[in-house]
Every structure is written in structure tokens, then in C-alpha cells.
Design a protein around this ligand. Structure first.
Ligand code: GLU
Ligand code: MG
Length: 455
């Protein structure tokens, strides 16, 4: 077993990257066995184990409930080739991944096992990927997020995070985009038209212990948004997956279809996947009063933000969204309650507004923490905040305007590539370049069309 420090926080103790050795296997087997009766009583017959790949798609393998204990102990086999899947299931050959050889094991995180209210008979658990030997797989995205949280903890810091989930509800029976409601932006009519749908969704989340802070109809046709309570960053990424899949399940049961794409229709307002994050030391939120360390953390995020776009705005469709005047916040700047600067300082936390939901949320929290910690380590200074629309100033630097620009910056960013490790960083870049190559002749609307229903 890897030697691990004590962090005095239950969740962070869970972020030890354990080798699943025989003692650990026994423990996991026993734990899952204990869970059996409760799950059976709640009519669970299948457990979905999910992980999110480098192109932001939630992939899965499932086991019958009776097989859960075996899966917990020994994992479920999955090829490492998934690391080079594109969002459209095209497979590339990467420098560090690809090809038919190899096997990893998906180990469900039993702490996060959830009975799915939107899919009767199903439970879900996010999985960590290990080698067959039980050694953690260095390219696993969730383990990467755990590692980042552990690095924070080693410096006496903790973070609380939450993703805002935006999506547009469309009609089925057409690949084209037809919104399911004609209600106005922020209009109560939209909630009236889809009243049962909205209630079923909020009930499902409640039954799954997802604490919703707010729900509202957003700006774009058929668009809604949900924000959830702040939690440990890995848990927040898990919650992002769970909320998306719950939205999907409930939407489909209502005969409708959700799009989480950054740009459902080219030229319209997109779907964001904003990340909120606060930083804590000794029980104090350093964003309360925007204390020095929080400023330096924010400065680190700002410094690395153009490179971080390869993680948080990772698809071709991301760059259809990242334009001024749609509150996608495409400027390298921060501002108090400014909705067009990439970083918006909210009362007690930092919102990174430029990210979208084609991103892998585990990579997002890992990347942001690495960037912020670099800001603290280097004593990075934060420029003046902006209290105007950056577009009016004319000289505020933009975030990348293409995926290529973002990936080039990412590969040159020593802090991020070191944090992710050469193999994972290289594979992320390979996947992005694979997407660029495959759709190099696609029009903006063509890109919106192929991305619309994928994530
Ligand atoms: N839908 C906008 C986006 O693309 C965000 C709107 C908001 O500020 O919540 O990120
Ligand atoms: Mg919003």
C-alpha cells in the first residue's frame, strides 16, 4: 500500500491513490457485499460504472448487482484504447495510447454509489482505472483529479467546487434542432410548458442526494440551468457527471432530448459548464474578502487560462461558443461580478466562466488546481479587475479563438503538462489534434450539427 499522509478530512483521505492489493480487494469485496441487501431492496438490478474520456464523453461498463462485489474487488475490464476515442467514436493512434493491446480495470467508487432515480433498476458509481496489478493507471482522469486535491492538501489547503450545468431541450425525431418549448429566456412560460419535466428532474436529483442550489430557464431557446452545492472537487466532478446523466434520463423519459453542446446552433447562445471554486485554509474561505492567497491562486489560473482552454474548452464546437457578447466570457481577465471576463469573482468564490460541457470535469478540476497552485508558488500578481465589458476596451486579450491555438499553448505550458504527466498531456493533445484533422473541412454549422447530441 502506498504510504499516505493524514489530511484530517474524510473526503481527502479518500483521495489516496491506493494500490488495489489483496487486502484492499478483500475490503472492497466485503463493503460491496454489505451494500447488496439495501440495493436489492431498492430494486437495483444493474450498476453502471462510468469514466469520462479525454474528449468528454462518459463511457461505461455495467454489472448485474450480484456481480458488484466482484467488480469492486477486481475491477471490470476496459481497453486503454478509450483514451484515444474522439467524441464521435472515431479512434486515433496516439503517441502514448491506441491499438488493440492491453487491459485496465474499472474500480467503482463505492462511496459515491448512487441509486438512479431517473433510471429505475439502475445504480451508478464513478470508476477509477487501475492496471490489472492494482496499480493506479497514470492516465486516469479521475485519479488525476484526486492527485490534484491531494497536492492541495499537502499544502494545508482544501477546495470546494461546483459545476453549473446548462442544456437545451429539443424535440426528438429529427437530427435538426427544434426546441421543445417556445417559452422566453428566463420566462416562467417555459417552466409551465415543461412543468412535469422540471419537477421530475428536480425530484430525481433530490432522491440522488444532489443538492440543487438553483434551477432556471436560460437565455437560449429551450435552455435550462442547474447549479449544485459546493463540495470536494472530485465529488463536484462526479456530480457534474451525475447531473448530466440524470438530465438525460429524465429528458428522454419525457420524449425529449437534451443537448449539452457548447453551440447547439451556430450563432446562438451556447451551453456553458462554468466552474465555481473556493479555497480554504484552516476552516477559512480565502475568497471571503479575496485574501492574498486566493488572489495568487486566481492569478495562476489567469496566467494558464489560454492553455487550460485545451482542457475546459476542448472541442471544435467550444470555439463556436467562445465569442464576445454571449456571456461565454472569452477574455483573459477577471472582474467582480463581470459576466464577460473569463474569471468572475463572485462573493465568496471564483467562477471560471469560459469552460463548457464538452470538457472532462475531472481534468478541469485537476488543471485549475495545478494552475492555481502555481500562482501561489510563484507569487503571481493579479492585474486590475475589469468592471466594464472587455469588448468595449478593445485591447483585452482574448482566449484562444481556435482549438489549435489552445492545444499549442497547452503543449508549451510546462506547469500543466508536468501536472498531467507527459503521457496524459500528450494524449489529450493527440485527441484534440485528431478532432481538428478529422473535421478540418467542416463548416461552423457542420461542427455544431455533429457535436449537438454527443456529450
Ligand atoms: N450560456 C452562457 C454560456 O455559454 C452563460 C450564461 C450565464 O452567464 O449563465 O456560458
Ligand atoms: Mg447560466
Amino acid at each position: 500500500m502506498v504510504d499516505q499522509p493524514e489530511f484530517g478530512d474524510e473526503r481527502q483521505n479518500a483521495h489516496t491513490l491506493r494500490i488495489v492489493d489483496s487486502a484492499e480487494r478483500d475490503q472492497r469485496f466485503e463493503r460491496a457485499t454489505e451494500l447488496f441487501d439495501g440495493l436489492h431492496a431498492r430494486n437495483v438490478s444493474v450498476v453502471a460504472l462510468t469514466w469520462v474520456d479525454n474528449s468528454g464523453i462518459t463511457r461505461t461498463k455495467s454489472v448485474p448487482l450480484r456481480r458488484l462485489a466482484h467488480a469492486a474487488a477486481h475491477g471490470v475490464g476496459a481497453s486503454p484504447v478509450f483514451d484515444v476515442f474522439l467524441f464521435d467514436d472515431w479512434i486515433i493512434q496516439g503517441r502514448f495510447a491506441g491499438g488493440p493491446v492491453g487491459d485496465l480495470r474499472l474500480h467503482p467508487d463505492l462511496d459515491r454509489l448512487t441509486v438512479l432515480a431517473g433510471q429505475p433498476g439502475w445504480a451508478w458509481a464513478p470508476a477509477d482505472r487501475h492496471f490489472q496489478s492494482g496499480v493506479p493507471y497514470p492516465m486516469d482522469q479521475r485519479l488525476q483529479a484526486r492527485k490534484a486535491v491531494r497536492t492541495l492538501a499537502e499544502q494545508g489547503l482544501t477546495a470546494r467546487a461546483g459545476f453549473e450545468i446548462e442544456w437545451c431541450v429539443g424535440k426528438t425525431g429529427t437530427e435538426d434542432w427544434v426546441p421543445a418549448t417556445s417559452g422566453s429566456a428566463y420566462g416562467h412560460a417555459r417552466q409551465v410548458e415543461l412543468s412535469d419535466y422540471c419537477v421530475d428532474l428536480l425530484n430525481a436529483l433530490d432522491q440522488q442526494d444532489v443538492e440543487v442550489l438553483q434551477f432556471h430557464p436560460e437565455y437560449a431557446p429551450g435552455q435550462f440551468e442547474i447549479s449544485t452545492t459546493p463540495e470536494d472537487p472530485v465529488a463536484a466532478a462526479d456530480t457534474a457527471v451525475l447531473v448530466k446523466e440524470t438530465v438525460r434520463a429524465v429528458t428522454i423519459r419525457h420524449g425529449l432530448r437534451p443537448s449539452f453542446s457548447p453551440k447547439v446552433v451556430n450563432g446562438g447562445v451556447g451551453n456553458g459548464g462554468h466552474l465555481h471554486l473556493s479555497l480554504w485554509r484552516d476552516g477559512t474561505n480565502l475568497f471571503d474578502g479575496f485574501q492574498d492567497e486566493a488572489r495568487r491562486f486566481s492569478a495562476g489560473v489567469l496566467t494558464h487560462l489560454r492553455a487550460l482552454c485545451a482542457i475546459g474548452c476542448p472541442s471544435l464546437a467550444s470555439y463556436l461558443r467562445l465569442v464576445p457578447n454571449t456571456w461565454a466570457a472569452p477574455f483573459v481577465a477577471w472582474g467582480e461580478e463581470n459576466r464577460e471576463t473569463a474569471l468572475r469573482l463572485v462573493r465568496d468564490n471564483l467562477e471560471i466562466k469560459c469552460f463548457d460541457l464538452t470538457a472532462n470535469p475531472y481534468l478541469v478540476v485537476a488543471g485549475v488546481i495545478a494552475a492555481g497552485l502555481d500562482g501561489i508558488a510563484t507569487g503571481a500578481g493579479l492585474p486590475e479587475g475589469l468592471n466594464v465589458d472587455p469588448a468595449l476596451l478593445g485591447d483585452v486579450q482574448r482566449l484562444p479563438t481556435s482549438l489549435k491555438e489552445a492545444v499549442d499553448e497547452f503543449e508549451e505550458d510546462a506547469v500543466l503538462t508536468e501536472a498531467f504527466g507527459r503521457e496524459l498531456a500528450g494524449t489529450i493533445a493527440d485527441v484534440r489534434r485528431g478532432e481538428m484533422e478529422r473535421y478540418k473541412d467542416a463548416s461552423p454549422q457542420g461542427i455544431a450539427n455533429i457535436t449537438r447530441w454527443r456529450h
